[in-house]
Design a protein. Structure first.
Length: 483
């Protein structure tokens, strides 16, 4: 970490900007720390609220968008909660005898998710030592991995109740509704509030993409897709008609916002999340058949009417590269980088630099990574990093889906995480997105509890979100396949 200090210092903004930001953060900490000590639920609520908000900071002739509000919340939460809890954990924690089977079970459990996240961050820091772009790697560690790791620990230690989950859901959905409204205004005015790069791109396309208060239409679409998956869970498991009608209205509003983003990766992520919910709510076999039918229909539409779906708009060939805005070239050439140095890769944060250095594109075309996280990991971190990435996904999916049939909130989080992973396969930002750490933190906490979040005396409408609903034939509809 000491070796990263010069690279990080070179990427920091001016001293005056840093002083102003630190002053505002200290004032916010003075308010938030006492609030969180009095009311522990303030931490998760504020964390959910600040997840989407990025503040543009000018540095080294460019602008970086930092999640400063979230950093302040994480810092306040760490001061108010983390230190005393770690102290108590050291006092009462003993060592248990380990066998190979127990070690494997641990790594494939919620505790294994924690260890693999730590391993991923540690490996990324280690591979920065030989990276040609240490400044990029240092930014990722300082502004993403470290604060998001703290966020994960804080959310993992929250005592999640049904009421707290619903309040966090209400905050996220309210934000999504507002963001969609801003997007509608942008689409009507044909003018964006943020990100001049998207404004310039819209000038060359025959359709207009909105990004609301985000700096990227795809990240905006990702947030809406995850919110829609959570709302759909409420609609599917609620027994009150009013909840279903309100949820349907919210879904229609958010779907409109998602469409105006023209984010194909976000729509695919939403469909996957909805398919998982359908499989848990009804039957796996029927869901698979329906999904295959929809995929076939979508493929036919793409082949028969590419222009109406905005495929092949750039260039004259209508090729796969044009349809994916050049991402297939990024992927194929990223794999070439991996083939040249397969074991250890070129180092953390090196994809853009090496992509340009090998003469595969101009500086203007290589403004981001491969838009496919496994390819980026393979090129930067080699087989070693790719192995940690795959192990993390396996452990995460096992922790999220194992026993999730007893708890609709866990089903919603598992479906949301699966949708997010698919989005990272077609866009970018896995561990660089706070949503990843948020979903895993809540999921690990719920998996450790192992309870359906029910409470004595809860009404029927409360039971709908806390326990599996029974079918008219008497079978559980919350288990895979409904069997």
């Amino acid at each position: 970490m000491i070796a990263l200090a010069p690279a990080l210092a070179a990427s920091l903004p001016r001293a005056g900007t840093i002083a102003a930001v630190l002053g505002a953060c200290l004032v916010a900490l003075a308010v938030l720390v006492p609030l969180m000590r009095r009311n522990p639920d303030a931490l998760p609520l504020l964390a959910i609220f600040t997840l989407p908000f990025r503040v543009p900071i000018a540095t080294q002739g460019r602008t970086v968008n930092l999640l400063i509000p979230l950093y302040v919340v994480v810092a306040a939460g760490a001061i108010a909660h983390l230190a005393p809890r770690l102290a108590r954990g050291r006092e009462g924690r003993g060592r248990e005898a380990s066998s190979p089977a127990r070690v494997l079970a641990t790594w494939l459990s919620p505790r294994g998710v924690e260890r693999l996240l730590l391993a991923a961050v540690a490996l990324y820091a280690l591979q920065t030592l030989y990276s040609p772009d240490r400044a990029k790697a240092a930014e990722n560690i300082a502004f993403f991995y470290v604060p998001f790791g703290l966020l994960f620990v804080l959310l993992r230690d929250v005592r999640w109740t049904r009421e707290l989950l619903l309040r966090c859901l209400a905050v996220a959905v309210a934000l999504a509704v507002v963001f969609a409204g801003v997007g509608f205004v942008e689409y009507y005015r044909k003018a964006l509030f943020l990100n001049p790069k998207v404004v310039a791109a819209n000038e060359y396309d025959n359709y207009f993409r909105v990004n609301s208060l985000f700096f990227d239409p795809n990240i905006y679409g990702r947030f809406l897709a995850l919110a829609m998956i959570a709302v759909t869970t409420v609609v599917l498991w609620s027994r009150r008609r009013r909840d279903a009608l309100i949820g349907a209205a919210v879904l229609a509003w958010l779907l409109g916002g998602l469409v105006t983003s023209f984010s194909q990766s976000s729509i695919a992520a939403l469909l996957l999340g909805l398919a998982i919910l359908a499989a848990w709510r009804w039957q796996v076999r029927a869901t698979v058949y329906a999904s295959l039918g929809l995929v076939a229909l979508a493929g036919a539409l793409i082949l028969l009417a590419p222009a109406s779906l905005h495929f092949g708009l750039k260039g004259s060939g209508g090729s796969t590269s044009n349809a994916t805005s050049g991402r297939t070239k990024l992927i194929s050439r990223g794999l070439e980088l991996f083939a040249e140095r397969p074991l250890q890769g070129y180092g953390s944060g090196s994809f853009e630099t090496e992509y340009k250095r090998h003469g595969r594109t101009s500086a203007q075309d290589a403004t981001s990574a491969s838009h496919t996280i496994p390819v980026t990991v393979a090129a930067e971190q080699g087989i070693i990093g790719l192995g940690v990435y795959v192990a993390l996904l396996v452990a995460a999916f096992l922790a999220l889906f194992r026993g999730a049939g007893r708890s609709p909130p866990r089903i919603a989080i598992a479906a949301g995480f699966a949708a997010l992973v698919l989005h990272t396969l077609t866009y970018a930002d896995f561990l660089e997105d706070p949503l990843t750490w948020t979903l895993l933190g809540i999921a690990v906490a719920l998996a450790r509890e192992g309870a359906p979040l029910a409470r004595p005396g809860m009404g029927r409408e409360g039971e709908a979100l806390a326990s599996p609903r029974r079918s008219r034939e008497g079978g559980s509809l919350a288990r895979p396949g409904g069997q």
